[in-house]
Design a protein around this ligand. Structure first.
Ligand SMILES: Cc1ncc(COP(=O)(O)O)c(C=O)c1O
Length: 387
């Protein structure tokens, strides 16, 4: 049976091979330290689970409006106003099956064959494939460790062609932990505004920022920024709700309307009782976020402190998310080779940077206990002494 061209264009995730191997090793009793996880290791807070359970018990088990229940869309609009200083009407909010679907919806609604989408690398693994699925072409801008893995406005301007339709900014960034400053974002908006380039602002990790760093929402910067930006956010990382599959976007009215239509034919509403959990997350005590962030912060300091003294690698202190990107260029190994050998020799699983568009790096997730982190980093250090 012949596949559609769009299916053949997609690359299988290079992270899967390592993950499968790590799981196989664990299954046969091997003591693997897994730094591959892309999700918080905490459980969803109790009050959020209780709200979903109550909704189920109340029989809240039917279809809801396709773009989300009105009270959740209102609560998201309130959150975006209070936390991010952006004013959206509930009709501009679409609640989806994870922020992943929100990103896909946004790209499908705006990009097509002939368009180019600028993606700073290292990037979240799904962006290029989503762009390809839409028929458009990803254009990568390699960022530099010396600029904390951030794309400058000049890099962006250089990558632009008459076909550029969108630029994707992910701050705080998976996999680099980089957080763009207000000034850096303003400069990027200025370039985008000159040519009317849509900005997909993925703010999934906005709550996980450390020290006095603040994540700035692009749509809050100016009227021009607001008109160009689709804001992506969700519940997975902030509230440890990855399995719930609940995320959202906020966009100018015409884009939100088109996405409403796309989603109504694709998946319809995200799970009914899950939405009640999302509502409880936004309306409940936000201390749970601060508690998780504090724990991540301790681990970040530890991981960064250790790796920055290790041989044959360099590392930049991440300002956000729960990842550390390690530059392995001095080892002369490809990222896949490095990750393979580290797993076989030392039983430490990391994600090879090739998955994120940079073969000279590996990603370490510190969404795991400090004990595992300590043991895994001891082993990483031994490995690095031997390469
Ligand atoms: C940068 C980024 N955006 C979006 C997502 C998707 O999140 P969700 O679990 O809500 O689909 C992820 C998940 O790993 C992510 O890292």
């Amino acid at each position: 049976m012949e596949l559609a061209e769009r299916a053949t264009l997609l690359q299988p995730s290079p992270t899967l091979a390592i993950d499968t191997k790590a799981k196989q090793m664990k299954a046969v009793g091997e003591d693997v330290c897994n730094f591959g996880a892309g999700e918080p290791d905490f459980d969803t807070p109790e009050h959020i689970k209780a709200a979903a359970i109550a909704a189920l018990n109340d029989g809240f088990t039917k279809y809801t409006p396709s773009s989300g229940i009105p009270e959740l869309r209102q609560a998201i609009a309130d959150k975006l106003f209070a936390d991010n200083n952006i004013e959206y009407k509930p009709t501009q909010i679409i609640v989806s099956t994870g922020a992943k679907q929100a990103c896909m919806n946004a790209i499908l609604a705006t990009c097509q064959t002939g368009d180019e989408v600028i993606i700073p690398a290292p990037y979240w693994v799904s962006y290029p494939e989503m762009v390809r699925l839409s028929g458009a072409e990803p254009v990568f801008v390699q960022t530099k460790e010396s600029n904390n893995w951030k794309m400058t406005a000049a890099d962006f301007a250089d990558a632009m062609t008459p076909r550029t339709k969108m630029v994707i900014i992910n701050s705080p960034c998976n996999p680099t932990g980089a957080v763009y400053t207000r000034e850096e974002l303003e400069a990027i908006v200025e370039v985008a505004d000159e040519e009317g380039i849509i900005i997909l602002s993925d703010e999934m990790y906005e709550k996980l920022v450390y020290d006095d760093v603040k994540a700035v929402s692009i749509a809050s910067l100016s009227k021009a920024a607001y008109d160009l930006t689709i804001t992506i956010n969700g519940f997975s990382k902030a509230y440890a709700m990855t399995g719930w599959r609940l995320g959202y976007l906020a966009a100018p009215e015409n884009i939100a309307k088109a996405i409403d239509s796309i989603q109504s034919h694709m998946t319809s509403n995200p799970t009914s009782f899950g939405q009640k959990g999302g509502l409880a997350a936004l309306q409940g005590d936000q201390q749970c976020i601060a508690d998780m962030r504090d724990e991540f912060n301790v681990r970040r300091d530890y991981v960064y402190g250790r790796i920055s003294t290790m041989p044959n690698v360099t590392v930049t202190k991440p300002d956000g998310a729960f990842y550390v990107l390690v530059n392995i260029e001095r080892t002369s190994l490809t990222s896949t080779n490095f990750a393979d050998r580290l797993l076989s020799k030392q039983k430490v699983a990391v994600v090879p940077g090739i998955a994120f568009g940079n073969d000279k790096t590996i990603r370490i997730s510190y969404a795991t206990s400090l004990d595992v982190i300590k043991k895994g980093l001891d082993r990483l250090e031994d490995f690095l002494r031997s390469v």
